[in-house]
Design a protein around this ligand. Structure first.
Ligand code: NAD
Length: 434
């Protein structure tokens, strides 16, 4: 029987100091929002609007399991802000999903879409379950019942999900089918990250890693560091990490360390990323790869490299290890890999951080392209997708960099300032409906 935590168990208490937890993603998001709002001198009314989620839905999901017993799961969908367009954000299936986490991730999506200026708001969803212990049939039934539970919010004009932790193209296909059955016709723009055969976009799978590569190269050029031969360590070797590493290698960098949940490998002479990807394809993980010295995930973060790409989990760079980080550039492929408390320590060391809401925005940008293609019924070549992605990533990087230099703030605060001022402007223009 699946064990689950009630989503309300983790709600942030108003007495922040008493209950302060460096690793609470909602607090981390709020601290960054507060810092940028202050610098923007945001009016109190809009600040209050941006702090709150527009809609939080919790549904119970009764599912007939393969053994004939009924199990009841909990599903959450949070729409943080839809002022700039339909809510956009992934759905994760995980035992650690909490309302707090989903709220933070939904707000992050609002800022991420705004920083790259795509016309979406922010959302996130999750089901508290352990997909690794479930059969394909059970996963399909959970997905379909969750979809019908949140159907009122879903729609190409209102709320457009995507895959996230432990969900994939297949889950999006079930979600799209369930929604289409409810409304009586096929609506492929209700979700992104679909299989290409049913309206998915070419280039979507590589988009986040491509954005990581593009922003890293921009940062190296800005810092007047040679791209050719720049040494790179990548934590996480899944969609973002492996493709980010592969494209950085193609751009001329020297990837010297890679890792996944089984640990990592360090080779100062360079790791052949294509070879490591082929190994993982065959063996599922990097365990036993052996082409270098074995390092732990904690050691990988502290290697003497030019660029560090955390592309696995949140909260891996904290006040405990920030002082030991030697990279000159950190490109946050993962969402929330650095705690808010560690930001200052990285600044003091002069480390140039490309923040998650900018660094990994390539994924949602191509999701936007997918939605545009679905709505237009006209499909682009991979080259067109990649060229348009590059334009958006380069322009967004430069815009954030310019603001960071103007205000003498780090890239994270500047990215939040760009994003928040875009969302706030729309609130001012739309006014308050009452
Ligand atoms: P994934 O599941 O494809 O890969 C995750 C990788 O991290 C795997 O190699 C896994 O072994 C590794 N990992 C897991 N636990 C680890 C640990 N304790 N230490 C080191 N490595 C560990 O996931 P992904 O899609 O690559 O996503 C990675 C991160 O990027 C997440 O934070 C995700 O939210 C974020 N992100 C993903 C996308 C996207 O388009 N896929 C977009 C934006 C942000």
């Amino acid at each position: 029987m699946a064990d689950f935590r009630l989503p309300t168990d983790n709600i942030v208490r108003p007495d922040k100091d008493r209950f302060f937890n460096e690793e609470n993603p909602f607090e981390a998001m709020m601290q960054r929002l507060d810092r940028a709002a202050k610098l923007l001198d945001l009016e109190p009314g809009i600040y209050k609007v941006l702090r709150s989620a527009e809609k939080e839905i919790t549904v119970s999901i009764p599912v007939m399991m393969d053994n004939g017993e009924v199990e009841v799961f909990t599903g959450i969908r949070v729409l943080h802000n839809t002022s700039r367009g339909p809510a956009k954000g992934g759905i994760r299936f995980d035992m650690n999903v909490t309302l707090d986490e989903v709220k933070a991730l939904a707000a992050w999506m609002t800022w991420k879409c705004a920083v790259v200026n795509i016309p979406f708001g922010g959302a996130k969803g999750g089901v508290i379950c352990d997909p690794l212990k479930m059969s394909v049939g059970e996963l399909e039934r959970v997905t379909r019942r969750y979809t019908s539970g949140i159907i009122q919010t879903l729609g190409p004009d209102s709320d457009v999900p995507a895959p996230d932790v432990n969900t994939n193209e297949r889950v999006m296909a079930w979600l799209m089918d369930t929604y289409s059955m409810h409304v009586g016709h096929t609506v492929n723009a209700v979700t992104t990250g679909k299989p290409v055969e049913m309206g998915g976009s070419l280039g979507r799978r590589e988009a986040t890693g491509r954005g990581v590569m593009i922003t890293t190269v921009q940062a190296l050029e800005h810092l007047k560091m040679e791209v050719k031969g720049a040494t790179v360590a990548v934590q996480g070797f899944g969609n973002v990490g492996s493709i980010g590493a592969q494209l950085l290698q193609q751009a001329g960098c020297k990837v010297v360390a890679v890792s996944d949940r089984t640990g990592g490998w360090h080779n100062p002479k360079g790791i052949d990323v294509d070879d490591a990807i082929a190994y993982v394809k065959k063996n599922k993980t990097l365990e036993g790869y052996g082409k270098g010295e074995a390092v732990s995930n904690a050691q990988l973060l502290e290697l003497e490299v030019d660029v560090l790409v955390p592309a696995a989990l949140e909260n891996v760079i904290t006040t405990k290890n920030a002082k030991n980080i030697k990279a000159k550039v950190i490109c946050e492929g993962a969402n929330g890999p650095t705690t808010a408390a560690a930001d200052e320590m990285l600044d003091e060391k002069g480390i140039f951080v490309i923040p998650d809401i900018l660094a990994n925005a390539g994924g949602v940008t191509v999701s936007y392209f997918e939605w545009v293609q679905n709505r237009g019924g006209y499909y682009w070549t991979e080259q067109v997708v990649n060229d348009r992605l590059r334009d958006i990533m380069v322009n967004s990087f430069r815009e954030v960099l310019k603001l960071s230099m103007q205000h003498k703030v780090n890239m994270r605060t500047a990215a939040y300032m760009v994003a928040i001022s875009r969302v706030a402007t729309v609130h001012r223009l739309r006014g308050i409906y009452a």
